[in-house]
Design a protein around this ligand. Structure first.
Ligand code: 13P
Ligand code: SF4
Length: 331
């Protein structure tokens, strides 16, 4: 085998796969042989969702990581999600097919700046969205995901002052609903801030029977215009029970795969972005994960997520607190 440096120099195992290899069946074989599981986020390409052992939102994926018996977790998602898996399952080998699969939201909250920020607000409880690095989680009192942020914030005593990071749109949305005293970090996601309200309203005119459904990372005007706001799994639940037949979907387009699978008879229109090179609403980080990279990752067991023991110890507390509250509230 080539040296580790050579094969993961680009952040992924850069080895050609012979055309004769049936990657889907080889992945299945290696997975069994190595006692590995593949966890995939709803924003992955459809073909990757199809080979995963579990597909879910960030909350569901962290629950799976915490309870798996597998020795290896291959995380088809972005870096902070794989880090969360490693924090919850430190004895497992956690692999991510491309180390470059970051997150603009997690990057918008650098640890040193955040440390200085929280020093300005003593006596505040620090709530952070899981879309953060392990270092930020290590400074956090309680973590949340878009699927439980509302309930996590509401579960805190009414007079508790809160720092919320890193997403300003999710933070402001929670503040509007709960009326809680919150200091909000000024971070955002490049995908969810890209949707164009003007173009969505034009689409609504063309499709007056379509309902607008949006992820809370979208900007305020979109959330106000939306018929329903929810995390990825909440949007999926909504389309299952709602009577409308057509939706304009304001979140990353990978979710459409699951929507079409769960409720095939309905029509799903991706919300248009203001401007983007692909003219779509893809998360460029999520889409760095490919079948070939998953195949090579399982084969070479690289790249691996490694974290300092002390960071794991400190970052674990806020995630476990979040999972406990979610469990209690049956979320
Ligand atoms: P979920 O919490 O809905 O999985 O969303 C994660 C995310 O990255 C949204 O952009
Ligand atoms: Fe991060 Fe946005 Fe991609 Fe979600 S869609 S992983 S928040 S960059």
């Amino acid at each position: 085998m080539d040296s580790v440096d050579k094969i993961i120099g680009k952040g992924y195992v850069d080895v050609e796969v012979d055309q004769s290899v049936d990657m889907v069946s080889e992945i299945a074989r290696m997975r069994k042989e190595k006692n590995a599981i593949i966890l995939a986020h709803y924003y992955q390409e459809g073909e990757i969702q199809e080979i995963a052992d579990y597909v879910g939102d960030s909350l569901g994926l962290s629950r799976q990581a915490a309870k798996t018996d597998a020795e290896i977790i291959v995380f088809a998602g972005v870096h902070f999600m794989a880090e969360t898996a490693k924090i919850l399952a430190p004895d497992k080998k956690v692999l991510i097919p491309d180390l470059g699969a970051g997150c603009s939201l997690a990057e918008s909250c650098p640890p040193e700046e955040f440390e200085a920020f929280i020093r300005q607000y003593p006596g505040h409880t620090i709530v952070t969205y899981v879309n953060t690095t392990a270092e930020i989680k290590a400074m956090t009192d309680i973590a949340c995901t878009s699927g439980n942020a509302l309930e996590i914030v509401s579960s805190l005593p009414p007079n508790e002052k809160i720092i919320f990071a890193p997403d300003r749109n999710l933070g402001n949305y929670i503040q509007r609903i709960t009326g809680r005293e919150m200091v909000i970090w000024d971070g955002a996601c490049h995908v969810h801030e890209e949707f164009s309200l003007e173009r969505i309203l034009e689409l609504k005119k063309e499709h007056p029977d379509a309902r607008l459904i949006a992820h809370p990372e979208c900007e305020k005007p979109i959330l106000i215009a939306a018929d329903y706001v929810g995390s990825t799994s909440q949007l999926l639940k909504f389309i299952m029970h709602d009577e409308a037949q057509k939706y304009i979907v304001a979140t990353e387009s990978g979710i459409l795969h699951q929507m079409r699978k769960d409720k095939p008879g309905k029509t799903y229109i991706p919300a248009p972005p203001k401007d983007s090179t692909c003219g779509c609403s893809d998360c460029m980080f999520m889409k760095l994960i490919t079948m070939k990279k998953i195949y090579n990752t399982l084969k070479y067991e690289l790249p691996e997520i490694t974290l300092d023991d002390e960071i794991i110890r400190r970052a674990r507390k806020p995630i476990l607190r979040m999972l406990e509250i979610s469990e209690k509230l049956k979320l």
